[in-house]
Design a protein around this ligand. Structure first.
Ligand code: ADP
Length: 161
């Protein structure tokens, strides 16, 4: 079976992520969206909240599932028997970071392939961090995220007031 993982913070999942998930799910028999459990990183949503939001977002994609992981991404790939790591590339910011990551992964885990899918033009400038900033300041981000994420962002914005 061809299996891939799509790892990320997903704090929170956006329509840009979902576009990559939808397209990657067409390329592999199984796609596991891996949510980093990173206690060292300050995130807006807890691991459980991020998992729940990703689960809802992928519920209509039969061969996609959401799982939490910690430690090295390539180790997680091996654990779930994935041969490929999928990442999304936006126009400028992502290339160098992804290239470095790919080189390190290739050195440590040569059997695992990393593929990058180009972000759709309409999501090129969409990032979870910008989105959070806008939402917390009361901006309308509804058409950039799945509906449950918009609701969750509104709740967070209220709790921060
Ligand atoms: P990370 O902390 O690993 O960067 P993110 O949740 O920010 O986690 O992103 C996960 C993956 O999705 C990364 O490969 C990132 O480049 C990609 N990504 C983020 N936003 C978009 C977007 N708008 N379009 C396509 N890919 C994206």
């Amino acid at each position: 079976m061809t299996t891939a993982i799509y790892p990320g913070s997903f704090d929170p999942i956006t329509n840009g992520h979902l576009d990559i998930i939808t397209r990657a799910a067409r390329l592999f028999e199984k796609l596991i969206v891996g949510i980093y459990d990173r206690p060292d990183k300050v995130l807006l949503f807890t691991t459980e909240e991020r998992l729940a939001l990703v689960k809802q977002a992928v519920s209509t994609i039969p061969n996609a599932e959401a799982r939490v992981f910690s430690g090295m991404t390539a180790s997680f790939a091996k654990e779930v028997k994935a041969q490929t790591i999928v990442r999304g590339l936006r126009m400028s910011a992502d290339f160098e970071k992804e290239f470095d990551l790919a080189m390190m992964n290739k050195k440590l885990f040569p059997e695992i392939e990393l593929i990058c899918l180009m972000s759709d033009l309409k999501y090129q400038f969409l990032s979870s961090s910008l989105l959070k900033e806008a939402a917390i300041l009361g901006g309308d981000v509804d058409d950039l995220v799945p509906k449950p994420v918009a609701v969750a962002l509104r709740k967070k914005a209220h709790s921060k007031m």
